[in-house]
Design a protein around this ligand. Structure first.
Ligand code: 7TS
Length: 428
């Protein structure tokens, strides 16, 4: 550690320095260089696809550039200055993430490639070690494929049984159905904190409390929650929580798995290789301590630095302010979308959802909608959004989806509405 400053103290000081007051949308937008670009001459970008991946503020881009320019080296291995600086930067990011989600200690933060890898890690380590044929894992009908396929694979490998909490016509989880499923004595309940299609914010604390009451563990897919509103793992009392950096203003290539310490310590390693070992013999090895036990090989070092800066950035704006801004945007978006004849917005009303509006427009294919409004610089997503079973349930092959983040404005929603009228004129 440089000059006796621990990563915890270092990032605490940084967070204090970064603390600002108030949410200033013009100032926020000025932080994101990509928002000044035009997608064709005279057509500014209107980015409404943050649920797929968020844009990156200057500070994040600069922190990664800075790392490569000044401190680049491999971590945990060298005792030269650059290796020490790189190790400090990487571990400092872990402290920042731990504090951001209210974890007790940085060692509970495992860096993975993304939320998908975090969930696969739990399935292939905790799942393989603890689940027997016939054991039940509860999922929901609104999961992203990232929180479905790993469990389907485990069902194939270990004979576990999957049960699904149903989605109500309003787009909420059916908690009566959940209560019934809990009588089957599940071992694990895995669910999304916010649907990437319906925007539904699930009652995570309640779901976790009910799971614990029957002795089941819980995994929350927080890919759409941690970027958008305050999430505290201790308040939730969640056992595992997974999310991705790239949806929260950080770079691609790095994600997070949080776990309760005792669980992580008892789990076997995920992948084998350098850094995840304490001692190696020709025919065996002794695994390293957590979190290193789960981080085989050279990790995404510059990306960790970028994620740490993204956490500082979001903290400096304030997660509650970001959530409030998005609540205003989604209320306005639903109001305006519902004015357009032929538009059906899927999912619950604004108070029960985050900044995601999946919609249908007459019988126009969402791909056509997306392609036409792209002419006006508007980026939305069209398709099944990696939630095919949910679309089956809704009896829709695909939807168009506008999703919002801290840098979006009501004026951008107005432009989306105008563009949808244009789509109707062309194809309606
Ligand atoms: N869970 C949820 C709820 C998600 O929305 C996503 C990505 C993931 C997991 C997987 O994240 P990854 O970083 O591991 O890929 N969702 C989307 C989306 O809605 N459009 O593109 C990616």
């Amino acid at each position: 550690m440089k000059g006796g400053v621990t990563p915890a103290l270092f990032s605490l000081l940084e967070a204090i320095i970064n603390a600002q007051n108030g949410f200033n949308i013009a100032k926020v937008r000025a932080d994101f260089p990509i928002l000044t670009r035009e997608t064709r001459p005279g057509v500014p970008l209107i980015y409404l696809d943050s649920a797929a991946s968020s844009q990156k503020p200057n500070v994040v881009i600069e922190s990664m550039n800075d790392f490569y320019r000044k401190s680049n080296a491999n971590i945990h291995r060298g005792i030269h200055t650059l290796a020490e600086e790189a190790t400090f930067a990487y571990e400092n990011a872990r402290h920042k993430v731990a504090r951001f989600i209210g974890a007790d200690m940085h060692r509970q933060i495992i860096f993975t490639r993304n939320a998908t890898e975090s969930i696969n890690l739990v399935a292939q380590t905790w799942g393989r070690q603890n689940l027997q044929p016939g054991d039940i894992v509860i999922l929901t009908e609104m999961e992203h494929h990232a929180n479905l396929i790993p469990w389907q694979m485990l069902a194939e490998q270990a004979g576990i049984r999957l049960e699904f909490i149903e989605v109500t016509p309003e787009g909420l989880l059916d908690l009566d159905n959940y209560e019934h499923l809990l009588t089957l004595q599940p071992r694990l309940v895995c669910f999304t904190h916010m649907s990437n299609v319906l925007g539904t914010i699930t009652p995570a604390r309640e779901i976790i409390r009910m799971a614990h009451a029957v002795g089941a563990l819980t995994l929350v897919d927080a890919a759409q929650s941690v970027p958008h509103f305050p999430v505290d793992v201790k308040d939730l009392d969640v056992d595992f929580l997974a999310f991705s950096s790239h949806k929260m203003c950080g770079p691609t290539g790095i994600g997070v798995l949080y776990g309760k310490k005792d669980l992580l310590e008892q789990m076997p390693p995920f992948m084998g290789g350098g850094d995840m070992i304490k001692r190696v013999y020709l025919r065996s090895f002794v695994p390293n301590e957590i979190p290193y036990k789960f981080e085989a090989g050279t990790p995404a070092i510059a990306e960790a630095v970028g994620l740490g800066t993204a956490v500082d950035y979001l903290t400096s704006i304030g997660m509650e302010s970001i959530a409030e801004h998005e609540r205003e945007l989604i209320s306005y978006a639903l109001e305006r979308l519902e004015e357009v004849p032929g538009v059906i917005v899927h999912g619950p009303s604004a108070e029960k959802k985050g900044g995601v509006a999946a919609f249908s427009l007459d019988n126009i294919h969402p791909h056509d909608i997306s392609q036409i409004i792209d002419q006006d610089g508007i980026a939305i997503r069209a398709g099944h959004h990696c939630a095919m079973p949910l679309h089956d349930k809704l009896k829709l092959p695909a939807t168009a989806r506008a999703s919002f983040y801290l840098y979006n404005t009501p004026e951008e929603i107005d432009k989306l509405i105008l563009a949808l009228y244009k789509v109707k004129k062309i194809l309606g």
